[in-house]
Design a protein around this ligand. Structure first.
Ligand SMILES: [Zn+2]
Length: 256
C-alpha cells in the first residue's frame, strides 16, 4: 500500500451544540463508533441540560465554546473572561450531576476569534493583532486550568506558523464549512451539499480563513486532522449526510 493510501488519524470536533437534534446526532456517532468533542454554548446547555448529561454518560467530551457565542474581538476583555468562566461553571455542574470526572478543560473561541482583532483570519499572521488582549484571555484560560492536548500527530506547518500550537484554545485543521451553505450568498461557491462533498474530496481544499505556506493539506497530507463540524438547526439533516461521507473516507476517528 502506498503512503498516500494509508488512513489518516482524525479527531472530530462539533461546535455550537446542543441543538434540538443533539441526541439523535450523538446517538448516530455512537452507533458508528466515532468519538467526538462537543464545543458547547453555555446558554444552549442551560436549555438542554439532560441531553448534555446523556452525552457525558455516553463518553463524549463536553467542552467550552463561550456562553453566548460573541465575537471576542468585539467585547471587552472582562466580558471575554466572563463568557469563559460562566460556561466553565455550567460544564462543571453538569459533570457533577452526571457523576463523571471531567476529563479535561478545553476551549474553542466562537468564529476562531481569539479576541485579538484578527478578524477571524485564524490561519494567517496578522500584523495588527492585539497581543495584549490575546495574552490576557489566554492567561485567564490557563488560570482556570484549560489546556490544549498534545496533538503530536497533527504536524501541519501552517498551524505552527500561525502560532496555533502555542495557544491554550483549540483550533482545527479542516472545516467542513457546511455552515456556509447558502443558495443565494454562497461562500467559496458552497451552494448545496454536492459542493460540500466535492470540497471534502479535494486534496487541498481552499478555506475562507486564510492559509500560510503551500504544504499539502487534508487528503493529500499525512498529518492527522482536527475536523470542524457544527450542530446547527439549519443543517440538522446535512449533519448525518456529512458523517456518512466522513465514514467512507480514509480517516480513523480517534479519542483524544
Ligand atoms: Zn461556534
Amino acid at each position: 500500500m502506498s503512503q498516500s493510501l494509508k488512513n489518516k488519524t482524525a479527531f472530530l470536533t462539533i461546535d455550537d451544540s446542543p441543538s434540538s437534534a443533539f441526541i439523535s446526532k450523538m446517538n448516530y456517532l455512537k452507533d458508528k463508533n466515532i468519538p467526538a468533542v462537543f464545543f458547547c454554548i453555555g446558554n444552549l446547555m442551560e436549555k438542554y441540560p439532560d441531553e448534555i448529561v446523556q452525552a457525558i454518560h455516553k463518553g463524549f467530551v463536553i467542552a467550552n465554546h463561550s456562553y453566548a457565542h460573541p465575537s471576542f474581538s468585539k467585547i471587552s476583555v472582562e466580558e471575554c473572561k466572563e463568557e469563559i468562566s460562566k460556561t466553565d461553571k455550567i460544564i462543571e455542574e453538569l459533570y457533577q450531576r452526571a457523576e463523571v470526572k471531567r476529563p479535561a478543560k478545553w476551549f474553542r473561541f466562537p468564529y476562531g476569534d481569539k479576541g485579538d482583532k484578527k478578524n477571524g483570519r485564524v490561519f494567517s499572521r496578522w500584523k495588527r493583532a492585539d497581543k495584549s488582549r490575546k495574552s490576557e484571555i489566554q492567561k485567564h484560560l490557563a488560570q482556570l486550568g484549560y489546556t490544549q492536548p498534545d496533538f503530536t500527530e497533527v504536524n501541519y506547518k501552517f498551524m505552527s506558523q500561525a502560532g496555533l500550537y502555542d495557544d491554550i484554545d483549540w483550533s482545527w485543521t479542516f472545516d467542513i464549512m457546511e455552515w456556509a451553505l447558502s443558495e443565494k450568498k454562497p461562500t467559496l461557491g458552497l451552494k448545496n451539499m454536492d459542493k460540500i462533498f466535492k470540497r471534502m474530496e479535494q486534496g487541498r481544499p481552499s478555506d475562507c480563513r486564510g492559509f500560510l505556506g503551500f504544504e499539502k493539506r487534508w487528503m493529500s497530507s499525512d498529518s492527522a486532522e482536527v475536523i470542524l463540524l457544527h450542530d446547527h438547526e439549519e443543517t440538522n439533516e446535512a449533519f448525518f449526510q456529512i458523517i456518512d461521507k466522513l465514514s467512507t473516507m480514509r480517516l480513523d476517528f480517534e479519542d483524544i
